[in-house]
Design a protein around this ligand. Structure first.
Ligand code: CA
Length: 539
């Protein structure tokens, strides 16, 4: 008798039916333990499971050891963080000249370094910055949404958090936050009180300053003296500074749109000086250069009005940001630190379409405030001549939180990470430094405040909840909806704009996997719960 043998076991039956091997099917049996699609290993209760890649980690560690041997010093870390820059604002991401604002310096970092095409931030300013600095999901640190005018949490979020700057400072680094903070304005929450040796910048955000000075944009506020008086009791528009252990100082009151226009040049001056001073002290530096731009409202700096081909203030701002990147990279070069400095360039969230035309561009669906790709998928470029192979592109997953663990790994200081807090970030030093290194991250979880809304896994984006928006109104007219029978699923290689969900139709095989990843993720909140800072908005 020819043909298929009589099938006796359910596993063999399933194998014959789906043309996959019997061994794969064995692994799929409910009692066989781990899901065969799950490539991660959890090494400790407080650490996010990662994909083990021992060979590339060994290569990265060898590179780091050789560099330290050569320089006799830990490497510097310089993070450029732009506010609200869209993926499509940057030349190497399809923007630049094509959208009327060339970015040759940022493009240069990518061309001589690693351009990440699946780099994810949080969807809003405060949570994204909190994630970057703590390595933790905002839901865990409690910094789940932007702090608005005069608003203070009921609990100091930093009382139980540790920043990368604090841990690297303990390890002998000289650290600074220059520019926008937006992680607390009350005493005890300032950058120089939570780990940074030096701070100069604005404690809040550009729009909070401009609403106090631009009567054309805010006539209903500024044309009424009693409102102005009340506003000034809540918050003063000013540039402040502080050094560890010393009080906050007011450097300059912001009185006009001209003062606003000059902010980023003054931040660049400070970072330039900080790098030169720290190098002279023969100390490694950790610097977050946190632009006030390109958050609304943009006013061109002196010499920048109409400098971009587009000639809009936002685009002139893009050109200025790019110039400042070039200027500070020159400083790193001039001080002889180019080969001993890990540089990372990122935006803190997608372009804010609500403030268009004072906003940027992205080719994705949605924008800032949503967990559609437009809110969270942003430029992410790693640059380190001699350490990161030039001209690489990678679509490996990288979360902004990973910069916490990765920075500590680059400094050789991961032992300083406490086991008291759950760390959602992953050490990606092997991914960045090894030739052809691959991401150690399997999934990215997206939140709206404390609600899990979506998951990225492989090339798939799975939405458990949906942001329904009205045109460009991603923040001011959005609704968060629960999905129906099936989660909404997009294959981002086939449908990068997330236009037609194919969840149940083509992803039946994947949905149970994602449900499993979400359940494991949610289980971590039992031992490491969400923190409530009193920021929840009544709904
Ligand atoms: Ca932002």
């Amino acid at each position: 008798m020819t043909g298929r043998p009589f099938i006796q076991t359910p596993a063999a039956w399933l194998a014959a039916l789906t043309l996959i091997s019997a061994s794969d099917v064995e692994a799929l049996q409910p009692d066989s333990g781990k899901d065969p699609f799950d490539k991660t290993i959890r090494v400790a209760d407080h650490l996010e499971p990662a994909i083990p890649r021992p060979a590339q980690q060994k290569a990265a560690n060898a590179k780091l050891a050789a560099l330290k041997e050569k320089t006799g010093q830990s490497p510097n870390i310089l993070i450029f963080l732009v506010d609200d820059m869209g993926w499509g604002d940057v030349g190497v991401y399809g923007g630049g000249v094509a959208v009327g604002a060339p970015t040759p310096n940022i493009d240069g970092l990518a061309r001589e370094g690693l351009r990440l095409t699946s780099f994810y931030a949080q969807s809003l300013c405060t949570p994204s910055r909190a994630a970057l600095m703590t390595g933790r999901l905002p839901a865990r640190s409690g910094l789940t949404r932007p702090l608005l005018t005069g608003e203070n949490p009921t609990v100091n979020p930093w009382a139980a958090e540790e920043t990368t700057a604090k841990l690297l400072g303990d390890a002998g680094y000289h650290t600074a936050l220059v520019g926008k903070w937006h992680l607390g304005e009350m005493d005890g929450t300032h950058p120089h009180q939570v780990g940074y040796d030096e701070y100069l910048g604005i404690l809040s955000v550009a729009s909070e300053m401009t609403q106090a000075v631009d009567v054309r944009l805010y006539p209903d506020l500024l044309n009424k003296p009693e409102r102005v008086e009340a506003l000034r009791k809540l918050v003063l528009p000013e540039v402040t500074a502080g050094k560890k252990g010393q009080p906050l100082e007011v450097v300059k009151e912001i009185k006009s749109t001209e003062d606003m226009a000059r902010l980023d040049q003054s931040f660049a001056d400070y970072s330039d000086d900080f790098i030169r001073r720290t190098v002279k002290r023969k100390q490694p530096f950790y610097l977050i250069h946190s632009f006030s731009r390109l958050h609304n409202d943009n006013y061109p700096a002196p010499g920048y009005a109409g400098k971009s081909p587009a000639a809009f203030p936002y685009k002139d701002g893009v050109v200025e940001v790019d110039d400042i990147v070039g200027r500070l990279m020159d400083t790193v070069r001039e001080t002889g630190q180019l080969e001993n400095t890990f540089v990372f360039f990122a935006s803190d969230n997608g372009a804010n379409e609500d403030s268009w035309p004072d906003s940027g561009h992205q080719p994705w669906r949605g924008g800032k405030g949503t967990t559609w790709e437009g809110g969270v998928r942003v430029p992410g470029i790693a640059y380190w001549p001699g350490m990161i192979p030039a001209g690489r592109d990678s679509d490996g997953l990288f979360d902004i939180m990973d910069l916490f663990c990765t920075s500590l790994a680059i400094a050789g200081e991961t032992d300083r990470i406490s086991s008291k807090r759950y760390i959602d970030g992953i050490d990606q030093s092997g991914f960045l430094l090894a030739n052809d290194g691959q991401s150690a991250r399997q999934t990215v979880f997206f939140y709206s405040e404390t609600t899990l809304t979506a998951v990225r896994w492989l090339e798939y984006k799975i939405h458990l909840r949906i942001f329904q928006t009205a045109g460009r109104r991603n923040i001011d007219e959005s609704t968060l909806l629960t999905t129906g029978t099936a989660p909404w699923v997009y294959n981002l290689y086939m449908d990068p704009k997330e236009r037609q969900s194919t969840g149940h139709r083509y992803f039946e095989w994947g949905l149970p996997r994602v449900v499993g990843f979400v359940k494991s993720h949610e289980a971590t909140f039992v031992e490491f719960p969400m923190k409530d800072l009193g920021l929840k908005v009544p709904r």
